[in-house]
Design a protein around this ligand. Structure first.
Ligand code: A2P
Length: 307
């Protein structure tokens, strides 16, 4: 499943996922730019690609996979690990299977490797905004929506199912009704958002944590430079002759989580893969554990609900 240099991680349902995936959480790039970037990513060795219906990246990602097959960059679709996510407007039990079928249509795929509930909330009405309004958020029907996710797996539309942005309390309600437990929880995680409590809980329950915004999402409109400008990380990066991004990603790797950095720049994509043949020292790890913790977007109306 993974390209040679990228280690795989075992999910609780026995699928193997390449530990690093290409994130596509970017609302500024054109579909053509996304397609070109994904082809480049496959060329430089990415086999795990992460998208979401709300990012609008399913269609260009599907076109890139088609092109990669035509170019012979991969022998078959099975060599890739593809994740997409159920947006909160479709977080109603009767809308999950149709939403996944729509995503598969855009991706031009028969099945996904992983389908995630994007947010631990539902919408009261159709809300096309990227950030749901406070008035349109309602609690998730955990039993109904998760039951429909399990149905997706049973129908063979996805190999694995999981969640994203779920805090411990929502995971607890989910686990109390699940027949198939979620194999993974994708949350904001980086050296300035270390998610210690959530990670401990997930580890105890056999749920893999995947880090989104592993670099703090600089230049994306919703993130900032707090990782790339962090003095402690800059100093550690200098001592190893690596970039700050590589230190942040290596730290995640050493925490036993997977991660989906977004880069559409070929050199940075390559750089982000070059983290598996060196390690941080105990002193580095001690310093990183002291970094002041700050969350993204605290004024977002979703903030009270998400991990
Ligand atoms: P670009 O696409 O131009 O490379 P995150 O993964 O935390 O969401 O952050 C994504 C942002 O980080 C993107 O703006 C991306 O820009 C930038 N980025 C990705 N890799 C690196 C890197 N190795 N060094 C510096 N910036 C990076």
């Amino acid at each position: 499943m993974s390209s040679n240099s990228v280690p795989g991680v075992n999910l609780s349902d026995h699928q193997v996922m390449p530990v690093i995936g290409l994130g596509t959480g970017d609302f500024q790039s054109t579909a053509e730019a996304v397609k070109t970037a994904v082809i480049e990513a496959i060329k430089v060795g990415y086999r795990h690609l992460d998208c979401a219906s709300v990012y609008g990246t399913e269609q260009p990602l599907g076109e890139a996979i088609d092109e990669a097959l035509k170019l012979g960059l991969i022998g078959s679709r099975d060599e890739l690990f593809i994740t997409t996510k159920l947006w909160f407007t479709d977080c109603h039990s009767d809308r999950v299977v149709p939403a996944l079928k729509k995503s598969l249509g855009l991706l031009k795929l028969e099945y996904l490797d992983l389908y995630l509930i994007h947010l631990p909330v539902s919408s009261k009405t159709e809300d096309s905004g990227i950030y749901p309004s406070k008035e349109n958020i309602e609690p998730l029907d955990v039993k109904g929506v998760w039951g429909a996710m399990e149905e997706c797996e049973k129908l063979g539309l996805t190999k694995s199912i999981g969640v994203s942005n779920f805090p411990v309390r929502t995971l607890e309600s989910l686990l109390s009704v699940a027949t198939v437990p979620p194999c993974l929880n994708q949350v904001e995680m980086n050296p300035t958002c270390q998610q210690k409590e959530l990670r401990e809980y997930c580890k105890e329950k056999g749920i893999l944590v995947t880090a989104y915004s592993p670099l703090g999402a600089p230049g994306t409109g919703w993130g900032n430079n707090r990782i790339v400008d962090n003095e402690i990380l800059i100093e550690i990066a200098k001592s190893h002759g690596k970039s700050v991004a590589q230190v942040a990603l290596r730290w995640l790797y050493e925490q036993g989580v997977s991660f989906v950095p977004k880069s559409y720049n070929k050199e940075r994509m390559k750089q982000n893969l070059e983290i598996f043949d060196w390690s941080l020292t105990q002193n580095d790890l001690d310093k990183i554990s002291q970094i002041k913790q700050i969350r993204l977007n605290q004024e977002n109306p979703l903030f009270p609900y998400v991990a």
